[in-house]
Design a protein around this ligand. Structure first.
Ligand code: SF4
Length: 112
C-alpha cells in the first residue's frame, strides 16, 4: 500500500488502469444469481421470493423481478432452486442509475 501511495505521489497519478486480464480471485467470490427463465415456474418464483433474505426477489405478474442492488450474494436462491438458479460468476457491475439494477426474469407458463 505504501509503495502504491509513494509511487502515486512521485508520478502524480491518482488512479490506476483497470486490469487487462480478469481478476483470478474472482472465480472464488460469491456472485449474484443467474436465472434460467425456461425453468422458472410460478411455484419456484414464489419460493425464491420467500427465501431471499434481502428482498432482492419479488414477483410481479409473469415476471420475477431481481434487484442486483439489494442482492448480498448469499446463495440461498441457488440452494432453493438449483435447477433454475446458479451463481452468475459475474461480480463486476456498476451503474449511475439504480433502476438499471432491477432485472425482470420471465416466469415460464405452466402447461396443463
Ligand atoms: S443470492 Fe441471496 S440475496 Fe441474492 S437474490 Fe439470491 S437469495 Fe436473494
Amino acid at each position: 500500500m505504501a509503495f502504491w501511495f509513494a509511487r502515486g505521489v512521485r508520478r502524480g497519478v491518482v488512479t490506476t488502469r483497470y486490469p487487462k486480464a480478469p481478476e483470478p480471485v474472482g472465480s472464488t467470490f460469491p456472485t449474484p444469481p443467474a436465472f434460467r427463465p425456461g425453468l422458472l415456474t410460478p411455484q419456484l418464483a414464489e419460493a425464491l421470493e420467500s427465501a431471499c433474505p434481502s428482498r432482492a426477489l419479488w414477483r410481479e405478474g409473469a415476471l420475477l423481478l431481481f434487484d442486483l442492488g439489494r442482492c448480498t450474494t448469499c446463495g440461498e436462491c441457488a440452494r432453493v432452486a438449483p435447477e433454475a438458479v446458479r451463481p452468475s460468476g459475474v461480480f463486476e457491475l456498476a451503474t449511475r442509475e439504480p433502476s438499471r439494477l432491477v432485472k425482470g426474469i420471465p416466469i415460464a407458463a405452466v402447461r396443463r
